[in-house]
Design a binder for this molecule. Structure first.
Ligand code: KIV
Ligand code: NA
Length: 270
């Protein structure tokens, strides 16, 4: 059967856009797998699944547990697991030790880590030792405290120059692709034309080589206020609300369970 490797993703530079979504669970992985090229087990699960304000509280054990669940139902998509805050920034050795745990305990194909030039050494250390890396530049949510909030990056000239240097550094260090988050369109276009590996955009315009969104955002399962860059393709939150309200009404009115959902003894038992 067809499986999509990090090399396949790398070779899609400039071709048909690469389709990526997040999954944190086995059932979501099963639903996405036939349609997407890459499934990211993002540390956004801290926000989406655990109700945290930022991703800083996400642990390696959480990423491994969710990554293993996703791997049980992903058959063809290339599965990448985020390294959480604090698990890789200290040194290339720390990054390798923790990334190796993620790879061996989940069976995923690659890890993702946030950062630019300062992570280049770590990215080449990992890739040289058998761990493919998806890089992530621009708006990097694990650096929220250093950035002073979540805001679009690269609006000023020096800011844009720095992000372009970051993207070039991680690509040259051996990342098989680069997530570019929350940057203005002209910068996304510039990065995409300058680096040799695919850019995967989120809030980074259609100029990128691929797109990623948080699945719960596009499905209407998370967040009352949608960020500008998200398009809502379904309203599953409203569907769940309706379904649960109907169930509650039926139980209170003793309409559920009805005849069709009740066990009866065969042949006149008790
Ligand atoms: O954690 C995440 O979901 C991500 C993507 C949105 C890029 O890092
Ligand atoms: Na992430």
């Amino acid at each position: 059967r067809e499986v999509i490797t990090t090399r396949d993703i790398r070779n899609r530079k400039g071709g048909t856009p690469i389709v990526c979504l997040t999954a944190y669970t086995a059932p979501m992985a099963r639903l996405l797998d036939p349609h997407v090229d890459l499934i990211l087990v993002g540390d956004s699960l801290g926000n989406v699944v655990y109700g945290m304000e930022t991703t800083l509280g996400v642990t390696l054990d959480m990423m491994i547990a969710h990554g293993a669940g996703v791997m049980r139902k992903a058959r063809r998509a290339c599965v990448v697991v985020d390294l959480p805050f604090g698990s890789y920034q200290e040194s290339p050795q720390q990054a390798f030790r923790n990334a190796a745990r993620v790879m061996t305990e989940t069976g995923c194909r690659a890890v993702k880590l946030e950062g630019g030039s300062e992570m280049a050494e770590t990215i080449s250390f990992l890739t040289a030792r058998g761990i493919p890396v998806l890089a992530h530049v621009g708006l990097t949510p694990q650096a929220v405290n250093a950035m002073g909030g979540f805001r679009t990056q690269g609006r000023s000239g020096p800011d844009a120059e720095r992000i372009l240097r970051d993207a070039s550094a991680v690509a040259e260090a051996g990342a098989f692709a680069v997530v570019v988050e929350g940057v203005v369109e002209h910068l996304a276009r510039e990065i995409t034309s300058r680096i040799e590996v695919p850019t995967i955009g989120i809030g980074a315009s259609a100029a990128c080589d691929g797109q990623i969104l948080v699945s719960e955002d596009l499905l209407g399962l998370y967040g009352e206020h949608l960020p500008k860059f998200v398009k809502r393709y379904a309203n599953l939150g409203e569907e769940i609300d309706r379904a649960v309200a109907n169930f509650a009404d039926d139980v209170r009115a003793r309409r559920f369970p009805d005849e069709a959902h009740v066990f009866k003894a065969v042949g006149g038992g008790r």
